[in-house]
Design a binder for this molecule. Structure first.
Ligand code: NAD
Length: 496
């Protein structure tokens, strides 16, 4: 069986580990290949390669770095279908969705091509007589990136292009569930002219993550994954003196006011609830309907759900399988919990007819009405194609519900009332807000990140926050002495 190796110093690296993990083809329901799970020693080799490559890369002119990023962008855009096929084979999402993921990642590469502008410093002339002050931005050194299974291309692309453009070298530890796209991107970057050792990929589990968190030569950690692990990463990385940004899980609510266009709401709820089988951190998982719209809305959503084709992502379906059999079973278990907790299962996705192999990890779109907010169906991040409906009497009750959630990643309001939307934008305690937009993922020149348990640290991903995160500033105070300068003076320097 094929084994996916690490990528260190511009070449495949087997390392010393005897441990491997399975990579499934979720639509076929069987193991397609294996991935190496690194030892601490393997991680040391990757960090040493990145450390050795750093000084020359940091010293490479902005013009040369920019040219390499441009070439990487061109190659990625031209060959994105190859990458989409890898994503579909290992993650299961349908090809059109995989291409969508890549296009959102490409946006970040395009933003990174502007690196000469992005790292510009500031300059103040004559702050005191004959004295000027200016600032510069320098790369951190070796930076670590740890990514989740659900966006195997886009989430790494949120970080490594900007980190590298800013002059850092990178060790990426992708999800062990779908690791091949990272290797493909590292090879492509080499083809674009990136020097060996600047971008390294190690595969693994907790062992490799802990090795990165504790390594003295790793300057920062960028993490995306579930909330308990994000919190652990933030605490452990900080304890080891690193700069850390750790993006966690979510439970995203969509608030529907009675004046909203219910056809737009129904389309949006279906797209945002079931796209990528609900395995998106910005998926809508709770629809909060301000009465009296719930009955009509549920009928419209259920009718759209009946036309969704579930099956192998290579067969032009709308929705693919879940990532593993265990995850599928866990998500399906919430449908039983819903019934036990007194909710009403309107559409049950179990046993749905699929266009694919019977062993695939299938679960059809599921809609549950009247979900009690005490139920685990409401409180847990399910991360599957399960959309809950909670009915409320007023706007205020809806906002209070959203603000009581420990998560604060994304939310949306659907209304035609501009005043209500403006009030929502100001009152809701969430990092990314959509107004008649269900998945408000900011464009690449803003930054992506939630509030509360959805982000630990003070920096969001990509956009301006990434430049702040991946560089350190120096402030330089300079004067050129006049031949007639005043000589020794032990007083505290004052501005004159
Ligand atoms: P996960 O937390 O299980 O894994 C994320 C990464 O952490 C992987 O690389 C994994 O190998 C590693 N990891 C797992 N367990 C670990 C442990 N005990 N110690 C150290 N490292 C460990 O997440 P996942 O299941 O791969 O991804 C889904 C989660 O990611 C969801 O909660 C989703 O909301 C979240 N997510 C968040 C965002 C965001 O931007 N906030 C984006 C995408 C996904």
């Amino acid at each position: 069986m094929d084994i996916v190796n690490h990528w260190i110093n511009g070449a495949a690296f087997e390392g010393e580990s005897t441990r491997t993990g399975p990579i499934f083809d979720p639509a076929l329901g069987r193991v397609a290949r294996e991935v190496r799970l690194a030892t601490t020693g393997d991680v040391d080799v990757a960090v040493a390669a990145a450390r050795a490559a750093f000084p020359a890369w940091a010293d490479t002119s902005l013009a040369k770095r920019q040219a390499i990023i441009f070439t990487f962008r061109e190659l990625l855009n031209t060959r994105k279908l190859e990458l989409a096929e890898i994503l579909t084979a290992e993650h299961g999402k349908v090809i059109s969705d995989a291409l969508g993921e890549i296009s959102r990642g490409l946006e970040v590469v395009e933003f990174a091509t502007g690196i000469p502008h992005l790292v510009k410093g500031e300059y103040s002339e004559n702050v005191s007589t004959g004295v000027d002050v200016y600032s510069t931005r320098e790369p951190l050194g070796v930076v670590g990136v740890i990514s989740p299974f659900n966006f195997p291309a886009m989430v790494p692309l949120w970080f490594f292009p900007l980190a590298i453009a800013a002059g850092n070298s990178v060790v990426l530890k992708p999800s062990e569930k779908d690791p091949s796209s990272s290797i493909w991107m590292a090879q492509l970057f080499q083809e674009a002219g990136l020097p060996d050792g600047v971008f390294n990929v190690v595969h693994g589990d907790k062992v490799s993550v802990d090795a990165l968190l504790e390594h003295p030569d790793v300057a920062s950690i960028s993490f995306v994954g579930s909330t308990p692990i994000a919190k652990y990463i933030y605490e452990t990385g900080s304890k080891h003196g690193k700069r850390v940004q750790a993006l966690g899980g979510a439970k995203n609510h969509m608030l529907v006011l009675p004046d909203a266009d219910l056809d737009l709401v129904a389309d949006s709820a279906v797209n945002a609830g079931f796209g990528s089988a609900g395995e998106r951190c910005m998926a809508i998982s709770v629809l909060v309907a301000v009465e009296p719209v719930a009955d009509e809305l549920i009928a419209k959503i259920a009718s759209r759900m009946s036309s969704l084709r579930v099956g192998d992502g290579r067969r032009n379906c709308d929705m693919g399988p879940l990532i593993t059999r265990e995850h599928r079973d866990k998500v399906a278990g919430y449908i039983d919990i819903a019934a036990e907790d007194g909710a009403k299962v309107v559409v049950d996705g179990r046993g749905i007819a699929v266009d694919g192999e019977s062993d695939g990890f299938w679960l059809g779109p599921t809609l549950i009405d009247a979900v009690p907010t005490t139920s685990r169906v409401y409180t847990d991040e399910i991360f599957g194609p399960v959309l809950s409906v909670v009915r409320v009497a007023t706007y205020e009750e809806g906002v209070a519900l959203i603000n009581a959630s420990p998560y604060g990643n994304g939310t949306a309001i659907f209304t035609n009332d501009g005043g209500a939307a403006r009030r929502f934008q100001r009152e809701v305690q969430v990092g990314m807000i959509g107004i008649n937009v269900p998945i408000p993922v900011p464009v690449a020149y803003y930054s992506f990140g939630g509030w509360k348990d959805s982000l630990f640290g003070d920096s969001k991903a990509y956009g301006p926050d990434a430049i702040h995160f991946f560089t350190r500033q120096k402030a330089i105070t300079r004067r050129w002495l006049d031949p007639s300068h005043a000589g020794v003076n032990l007083g505290f320097p004052e501005n004159k």
